[in-house]
Write a protein that binds this ligand. Structure first.
Ligand code: SF4
Length: 780
C-alpha cells in the first residue's frame, strides 16, 4: 500500500497549519483569561456591559477541560478556556464554546414529563415535580422492598457519575453500566492485565519518536485538548518524529512525518512485526525485559519470529523495508512512545491488539519514563461517609462470559436483557443516549419499548434524546453549566489535578441538579437509603469528596476550587518510573506480557495476531466500514447544538477514487451500504448516504463520521427550523430560524451508521468490535 509523504500532506490537508495556528493563539487567549481570574474587569464588546465570570468544567466530551463562563445580565454570553487548568491550559474546542447552545437549547426540557400514549409515541403531559417525585419515588420504593437488584442505572461514564453509583449501590443494586465501556473496555482489560492500571498516558510532549496506530488525538481522544496540545508541543518544541499507521488521512496523520496506509484489520499483525524486527535485530532492552516482565527475550523472540516483514507486506500491505526502518528508528530513538486508542482495540481481537502495542514500549524500555508510554495519573477522591457497600455482582454488572472486564458495555447489557438473562424492574437512564450511541439501535429500541423487559423507565436528562423519547417519565436535569461536581481525569501532564464544575448561572426554570433529584428520591424511597444522601447542601458533599487531599485543604479546599476552577500541587513533578520502588500492580509485580489469565480464557498468553476471518478475506464487493469521531460532534452529546450542526450535519461516505471506479459511482452519488448476512445480527441491514471521494482513505475502507443523523433530540438535531416567537424568553433564539441544511438533499442531516453494526464483543475484553464491520456498497 502506498505511503504518504509530508509533501503529499500539504496537498491533501491544511489541517496541520490550522492546528499550529490554534496553538499559537493559546497564549493570547490564555493571557486574557489569566487577568480575569486574577480580578480583572470584563466587558462585552458588542453591548459595553460588564460581565462576570466564573471558572467551571466543560462536559461536552470526556476530556473535562477547564472553562471560564462569562455572564451578562444573568445570561451566559461566552465560554472561554481556563488558563490555570492543567489539562487544556486555556485552549477550548468548538464543542466547548457551543455549551451555550446546550444551556439555551430552545427545546430543553424544563418541567417533568409523563408519557400519555404508548412508549415512543411522543405523547406527553407536563406534570409537577411533586407528582413526578411521588411516582418515581413510589416505583423505586416498591422495587427496593421487592428486589433492589432489579434496578438498572445507565450512565455515560461512572467516573463522572459517582452520585449515580452511590445511588445505585445505596439502593441495593450492582447494576450501574456506562456507555464509555462500549468504546474502551478492551483497552482497559489489556492495560489492567499487563501493568495493573486502567489506561495509559503517552508522554508525547517529551517524546522524540511517536508511533501512532489508528489514533487521531488531534480530533478525538478522551483527553482531547490536553493530549493534542502536548502532541503539538512535542512536534514543535521537541522535534518529535511522528509516524502514523492508519486506513484514513486524519488531522493527526496530516501533521505527522509519515503516514502509512495499512490494510483494514491488520494493525495487530503490523505491530507484532515491528516488535519482531526489534527482537531479531537485537535492538531490545534485555535488562528491562528480564527485570520487569515475566518473559525472557528469548521466549519473546521465538514467539515473534512468525511475524516476518514479508508476511506483513503481503497481509498488512506495508512494504517490508518500511517496517524495518520504522522498527529500527523506534528502537534507537529515545525516548519514544506508542499512541493507541479505540481504533486499535475496538475489534474482536482488541485486547490482543492493545497488548501487542504495549509490547513495543516494553521491549524498548519506554515504560513510564519521560517521553515514553506512561501509567495514568489521576487524583484519588474520598468517598463521603457513610459509604454504601457495593452489592454482590450480577450477570449484568459482571457477565460471567467476560470475567476480566472492568467496564461492561451497554450494548452487551441490552442483548442480555433481550435474551431475558436478567430481569430489570426499573431502568434509570442518566446523561446517556444508548438509543443513538449503541450498535444495533433496533435492538435497543425494541428492548426500551417492551414493557415486559423494561417495566418502568425513568430518564434523567435536560433533553428529549432518542433514549428519553422511549421513557415513561422524564425528570428535567440541569445542564453542566448550572450544576456542581468534582471532576478528576487522567492527567496529560502526569501530575494529578482536581477540577470543579460549578453553576455559571442558576438552573433555568424547573430544571434540577442531579444531586437534588437523587437526594429527594432517597428521602422518598427510604429503607436505609436516605442515610447515604443526608447532605444538607451539595457543597457539603463536594467538600467530603476532596477531604483526603491535604494540599488542596491547605490551599482553601472548596473555596479555592470555586475561585480557580482547578487545583494541583504546584511543586509536583511527574513521578516517572515509581514502579522501580513499588513494582507494578499485577499479581507478579511485573509487567505480565505472558498472561495466564488470558490463557485461562482460551486466548494466547503472549500477544498474538488473531485475524478476523471475514476481515482478512474481504471479497471484491466487501469493504470495511469505519465510523470515526470528529472534533465537531461529540457522539450524541452535541446533537442539538446549532453552531456545531451548522459545521457538521452530514456524514457522506468517504471513498477512494479507485474504489468508486470499481463500483461505477461518482462524487455525490447516492449509495447503499449493506451488512452481509455472515457479519453478525443487527435489526437494520442498510443505510444510505452520498459519496465523498478522497485519496485520503484506503481503497478497501469506507468511512462515515459519527455524531449526526439524529431521529430525536430536538428539531435542530433533525435539521428543522424553529420559528422565533414573541414575546422572547430565555430559550428563544432568532438564529434557529436559519437552519439552512436539511432533508431536501440526500443525506442532508446525516445518517446514523451504528444502526447496522451488530453487537459483537471481544471474547476476552467484552468490548464492542466496532472496527470489524464489513459492508457491500451499491449505487442507489
Ligand atoms: S475537548 Fe471536550 S471538554 Fe474540552 S472543551 Fe472540547 S468538548 Fe469541552
Amino acid at each position: 500500500m502506498r505511503s504518504i509523504s509530508r509533501r503529499d500532506f500539504l496537498k491533501l490537508g491544511a489541517a496541520s497549519t490550522a492546528v499550529l495556528a490554534v496553538e499559537s493563539q493559546f497564549n493570547v487567549i490564555a493571557y486574557a483569561a489569566e487577568q480575569l481570574i486574577e480580578g480583572g474587569r470584563s466587558v462585552t464588546r458588542a453591548s459595553g456591559l460588564p460581565r462576570s465570570f466564573l471558572p467551571s468544567t466543560c462536559m461536552q466530551c470526556p476530556a473535562g477541560c477547564g472553562i471560564i463562563g462569562y455572564v451578562e445580565e444573568s445570561r451566559v454570553v461566552k465560554i472561554g478556556g481556563n488558563t490555570k487548568h492543567l489539562s487544556n491550559q486555556g485552549a477550548l474546542c468548538g464543542r466547548g464554546q457551543a455549551g451555550i447552545n446546550a444551556i439555551y437549547d430552545p427545546e430543553r426540557l424544563l418541567s417533568p414529563m409523563k408519557r400519555v400514549g404508548p412508549r415512543g409515541s411522543d405523547s406527553w403531559e407536563q406534570i409537577s415535580w411533586d407528582q413526578a417525585m411521588e411516582e418515581v419515588g413510589g416505583s423505586l420504593a416498591s422495587l427496593k422492598s421487592r428486589n433492589p437488584r432489579q434496578l438498572l442505572f445507565l450512565t455515560d461514564d461512572i467516573g463522572d457519575d459517582h452520585l449515580g453509583q452511590r445511588f445505585t449501590h445505596a439502593f441495593g443494586s450492582p447494576n450501574i453500566i456506562a456507555s464509555i465501556g462500549d468504546f474502551n473496555a478492551n483497552k482497559l482489560v489489556a492495560d489492567e492485565l499487563t501493568w495493573g492500571a486502567s489506561g495509559d498516558m503517552p508522554d508525547v510532549a517529551n517524546s522524540k519518536y511517536i508511533l501512532i496506530f489508528g489514533a487521531n488525538p488531534l480530533e478525538s481522544n478522551p483527553q482531547y485538548l490536553g493530549l493534542s496540545r502536548r502532541l503539538v508541543q512535542g512536534i514543535r518544541d521537541n522535534q518529535a518524529k511522528v509516524v502514523v499507521f492508519d486506513t484514513r488521512l486524519t488531522n493527526t496523520s496530516a501533521l505527522s512525518n509519515e503516514l502509512h496506509f495499512v490494510n483494514p484489520g491488520s494493525l495487530g499483525l503490523l505491530i507484532l512485526t515491528l516488535a519482531n524486527v526489534i527482537m531479531q535485530e537485537g535492538l531490545y532492552k534485555r535488562t528491562f525485559i528480564e527485570k520487569w516482565t515475566n518473559v525472557t527475550p528469548e521466549q519473546l523472540a521465538q514467539h515473534l519470529a512468525q511475524y516476518t516483514p514479508e508476511r506483513a507486506e503481503a497481509e498488512a500491505g506495508v512494504e517490508a523495508s518500511v517496517i524495518r526502518t520504522v522498527a529500527t528508528e523506534f528502537a534507537t530513538t529515545a525516548p519514544a512512545t506508542t499512541f493507541t486508542d479505540q481504533v486499535l482495540s475496538n475489534h474482536s481481537s482488541g485486547v490482543q491488539n492493545e497488548r501487542a502495542a504495549m509490547l513495543l514500549s516494553i521491549i524498548t524500555g519506554n515504560i513510564d519514563n519521560r517521553g515514553g508510554l506512561c501509567l495514568p495519573r489521576e487524583q484519588e477522591l474520598a468517598q463521603p461517609e457513610p459509604v454504601p457497600a457495593p452489592p454482590p455482582p450480577s450477570a449484568l454488572s459482571n457477565p460471567p462470559a467476560y470475567p476480566l472486564a472492568s467496564e461492561q458495555t451497554i450494548a452487551g447489557t441490552f442483548a442480555q436483557i433481550q435474551s431475558r438473562e436478567e430481569q430489570v424492574g426499573v431502568l434509570i437512564s442518566h446523561n446517556c443516549n444508548p438509543a443513538y450511541s449503541n450498535p444495533d439501535l433496533g435492538l435497543v429500541e425494541d428492548v426500551l419499548k417492551d414493557e415486559t423487559l423494561i417495566p418502568y423507565h425513568v430518564a434523567i436528562t435536560p433533553f428529549l434524546t432518542e433514549t428519553a423519547a422511549l421513557a415513561d417519565i422524564i425528570l428535567p436535569e440541569t445542564t453542566y453549566l448550572e450544576d456542581s461536581d468534582i471532576i478528576v481525569k487522567p492527567s496529560p501532564e502526569l501530575v494529578p489535578y482536581v477540577s470543579l464544575r460549578q453553576p455559571v448561572v442558576p438552573p433555568l426554570k424547573e430544571a434540577r441538579p442531579f444531586f437534588t433529584i437523587a437526594t429527594e428520591l432517597a428521602a422518598i424511597i427510604k429503607g436505609g437509603m436516605e442515610q447515604y444522601f443526608s447532605f444538607k447542601r451539595v457543597d457539603e458533599y463536594l467538600s467530603a469528596r476532596i477531604a483526603n487531599i491535604g494540599g488542596l485543604q491547605a490551599a482553601g479546599a472548596l473555596d479555592y476550587l470555586k475561585q480557580h476552577g482547578v487545583w494541583y500541587d504546584p511543586k509536583s513533578q511527574p513521578d516517572y518510573q515509581a514502579f522501580k520502588q513499588n513494582g507494578f500492580s499485577t499479581p507478579s509485580g511485573r509487567m505480565e506480557v505472558n498472561s495466564e489469565r488470558i490463557a485461562a480464557l482460551g486466548s494466547p498468553a503472549l500477544p498474538t495476531y488473531e485475524p478476523v476471518t471475514f476481515m482478512s478475506q474481504l471479497g471484491e464487493q466487501d469493504y470495511v466500514l469505519t465510523i470515526f469521531d470528529t472534533a465537531i460532534q461529540s457522539d450524541w452529546k452535541t446533537g442539538n447544538c446549532m453552531w456545531l450542526d451548522e459545521i457538521l450535519h452530514r456524514n457522506p461516505v468517504w471513498m477512494n477514487p479507485a474504489t468508486a471506479e470499481e463500483l461505477g459511482v461518482e462524487d455525490g452519488d447516492e449509495v447503499k451500504l449493506t451488512r452481509p448476512n455472515n457479519v453478525g445480527e443487527a435489526k437494520a441491514r442498510s443505510v444510505t448516504s452520498t459519496v465523498y471521494l478522497t485519496e485520503g482513505i484506503h481503497p478497501k475502507v469506507i468511512a462515515m463520521a459519527n455524531g449526526v443523523g439524529h431521529t430525536a433530540y430536538g428539531r435542530i438535531a433533525q435539521a428543522e427550523e424553529i420559528p422565533y416567537r414573541e414575546p422572547p424568553d430565555v430559550l428563544q433564539n432568532p438564529n434557529t430560524e436559519m437552519i439552512w441544511w436539511g432533508h431536501e438533499e440526500p443525506g442532508g442531516n446525516g445518517v446514523n451508521p451504528k444502526q447496522i453494526v451488530p453487537v459483537t464483543l471481544d471474547p476476552v475484553g467484552g468490548g464492542e468490535a466496532w472496527g470489524d464491520m464489513v459492508v457491500t456498497v451499491a449505487k442507489v
